[in-house]
Design a binder for this molecule. Structure first.
Ligand SMILES: Nc1nc2c(ncn2[C@@H]2O[C@H](COP(=O)(O)OP(=O)(O)OP(=O)(O)O)[C@@H](O)[C@H]2O)c(=O)[nH]1
Length: 379
């Protein structure tokens, strides 16, 4: 059974409680890898965190994805990444909503080796992300995907499957669509030939050279957040009462969005919001710390950018690693007081969801069940 320690308690309380430092987006923060010497037993030790398994053939781009999304590595730097030789594990624990373990598997891993313990690897709560290099001949990758999915599903029917059709930056728009259609078709045909049509796979076109990889990872992470419907509901209520067109709740460090309102996401709006986060981090890093001040802002700090197309970008911090970024028309920004007030109500709502989550974690210590129940209240 997993236990909720005093350390966890301090961490969770610190997020919204007294230790909460608003405005201090830590630019230099990096996710440290787990102890490189740890063995598989430690990597797969049961804990409450879901896991994301990154699999695919050699050089398909798995480590690059992880480095670009979670380590702010520039795409060009990934050219110098060495091949991964053993399973690399990393804990991603920013806010209480963004908590998972990410495992990067070497491309050459052999499922039939005796040391490959599929029960440990595929068991538990999580997602398998399979990366296919779309610039290469993908037939071998599809065979591997098929074997992996069948094996994993047999061990754990609850595991989710996400397929990244990756490196699409080198393809024309028509080829991208054709490649996705072809892969989708072949994978589904093979699954139905194997009598496994009930297995559902989601497909994404991705590249580390644009925001598509962040968007795809956002969707993967969102499926691991049990409170997602509640967060979406809160965002819907917030935007409809504030004259806002689109709102994203961001994990500031990775720039993946953990929730958005239910209107469709267009890539341009998402990119604009990501760029706003970069600007705010850069400005607060350079000018945020006044003489003798530890914390550059107080809890009322925010950022507003007016664009020359009568659009306003509005950013507010929700907690140390969470920010709300909204897009609205300039006319609607006349009522900024209303938006500010509604934001406070929204933040209180998030706090309530967070409190429920924390109390459920605490209950877990007194329960004998190994399963975490984290459904937030429906508002
Ligand atoms: N054009 C393009 N190249 C990419 C992209 N993602 C990764 N690459 C390149 O692909 C090569 C292999 O990337 P890695 O991340 O090392 O691949 P891997 O899957 O981790 O490889 P193994 O560790 O051997 O399993 C590197 O040269 C990357 O720069 C992408 O989106 N577009």
């Amino acid at each position: 059974m997993t236990s909720y320690t005093q350390e966890d308690d301090e961490h969770y309380r610190g997020e919204f409680g007294a230790g909460y430092e608003v405005g201090s987006f830590p630019k230099d923060f990096v996710y440290g890898p787990d102890d490189p010497d740890q063995d598989l037993t430690q990597i797969f030790a049961p804990d409450q965190k879901p896991k994301i398994l990154l699999m695919g053939l050699r050089r398909s781009g798995k480590s690059s994805i992880q480095k670009v999304v979670f380590h702010k590595m520039t795409p060009n730097e990934t050219l110098f990444l060495e091949s991964t030789n053993k399973i690399e594990s990393e804990n991603i624990s920013n806010s209480s909503f963004v908590q998972f373990k990410i495992l990067d598997f070497p491309g050459q891993i052999d499922f039939f080796e005796p040391s490959f313990d599929s029960e440990k690897i595929f068991g538990g709560h999580g997602t398998l992300v399979f990366v296919i290099d779309a610039q290469d001949d993908y037939m071998e990758a599809l065979t591997r995907l098929h074997q992996t999915v069948l094996r994993a599903h047999k061990v754990n029917p609850h595991l989710r499957f996400e397929v990244f059709i990756h490196k699409v930056d080198g393809l024309s728009d028509d080829t991208k669509i054709e490649t996705q259609r072809d892969i989708h078709q072949r994978v589904n045909d093979e699954l139905s030939d194997a009598g496994m049509e009930q297995i559902h796979l989601s497909f994404y076109l991705t590249s580390i050279y644009d925001h598509s990889i962040f968007e795809a990872f956002s969707k993967v992470v969102q499926k691991l957040i049990p409170q997602l419907p509640t967060l979406e509901n809160l965002l819907n209520i917030f935007i409809s009462n504030s004259g806002i067109e689109k709102a994203f709740l961001f994990d500031v460090l990775s720039k993946i969005y953990i929730a958005t309102d239910s209107s469709p996401v267009d890539m341009q709006s998402y990119e604009l919001c990501c760029e706003m986060i970069d600007v705010v981090i850069d400005i607060s890093d350079i000018y945020g710390k006044a003489d003798g001040m530890q914390v550059p802002f107080d809890k009322d700090s925010s950022s507003i950018i007016k664009l020359n197309n009568a659009t306003v970008l509005y950013l507010r911090e929700v907690s140390r690693y969470l920010a709300l970024v909204c897009i609205l028309r300039e006319d609607n920004f006349d009522r900024q007081g209303l938006i500010d007030y509604n934001f406070l109500c929204f933040r209180n709502g998030i706090q309530e969801v967070f409190d429920v989550h924390t109390s459920q974690l605490q209950q877990l210590t007194h329960s004998t069940s190994p399963h975490l129940q984290t459904n937030g209240p429906t508002s």
